[in-house]
Write a protein that binds this ligand. Structure first.
Ligand SMILES: Nc1nc2c(ncn2[C@@H]2O[C@H](COP(=O)(O)OP(=O)(O)O)[C@@H](O)[C@H]2O)c(=O)[nH]1
Ligand SMILES: [Mg+2]
Length: 243
């Protein structure tokens, strides 16, 4: 029997993209389940998904006190109930076609499949440089922890076996960086060291519509995920940026 799967999509105020993303995913993959993990968007996201009236597409309105991109993805993984979960952003920076490639890798026996960006310059120079820096910083930390870093630890596009990672989330719940954006990093940091990691390559695009939600706290939370030295760097960064 083919594995069942769910796209877990963190969203906040994505009315310009959300219905297009839902339609595109169902067009490409008639059997996929879609969970938009929405942090109480103030736009029409909820109505737009309700209008689609598709039982395989759900928008989950999260508790306001639990707001957080990573928190929303962890919740989606815990609640999806399918063999695999896949995370993808709602703004088409990750190509929906990549989910099919990752699904194949999962069916071939991977525990985790990481989408690896081939053209990170699409981010713009400063975001590229930041992303490169954090890739190295986080890789060193994971190696120190005895874990295998994948080619693109900063990637928000990845797929994994639900039965492998639900226990990881439950057992380490209080340690996870809920306000962070780097879910893959925490899953590898706290996950088993002997998992089978596979990769697919994808072309990173510009946001289709709407605005990015990135802010300086994302930098802080990523540092905070990297142990004591990371926390030290977070404090330095706070002082430097006067946060
Ligand atoms: N649930 C949730 N999703 C968020 C939040 N902030 C951003 N997102 C979503 O996370 C994805 C990536 O965010 P985006 O703003 O595109 O960041 P960027 O790609 O780093 O510029 C998008 O699908 C956003 O809608 C949040 O606070 N909560
Ligand atoms: Mg984006």
């Amino acid at each position: 029997m083919p594995g069942t799967w769910t796209a877990v999509i963190p969203t906040y105020n994505e009315e310009k993209n959300i219905a297009n993303m839902a339609r595109r995913l169902r067009e490409l993959y008639p059997d996929i389940n879609v969970m938009f993990m929405d942090d109480n968007s103030t736009d029409r996201s909820k109505e737009l998904i309700a209008e689609l009236n598709d039982p395989k597409i759900n928008l989950i309105t999260r508790k306001p006190e639990e707001r957080g991109l990573a928190a929303s993805v962890f919740q989606g993984i815990l609640e999806c109930g399918t063999d695999y979960f896949m995370t993808i952003d709602c703004d088409f920076q990750h190509p929906p076609e990549a989910l099919g490639d990752m699904y194949k890798k999962m069916e071939e026996g991977a525990d985790l499949c990481v989408g690896t960006r081939v053209d990170r310059f699409a981010l713009g120079f400063f975001r590229w440089a930041g992303s490169w820096f954090f890739n190295v910083f986080c890789d060193v930390y994971l190696l120190y922890k005895g874990k295998t870093p994948p080619a693109d630890i900063m990637s928000g596009l990845f797929a994994a076996r639900t039965d492998v990672f639900v226990p990881v989330i439950k057992e380490n719940f209080s340690e996870l960086e809920m306000q962070g954006w780097k879910v893959l990093f925490d899953l590898i940091k706290y996950g088993p060291s002997d998992i089978k990691i596979s990769t697919i390559k994808y072309r990173f695009s510009k946001r289709a519509a709407g605005e990015s939600h990135i802010n300086k706290n994302v930098v802080l939370s990523t540092f905070n995920q990297c142990g004591r030295f990371g926390k030290f760097c977070a404090n330095m960064y706070k002082k430097l940026k006067d946060l």
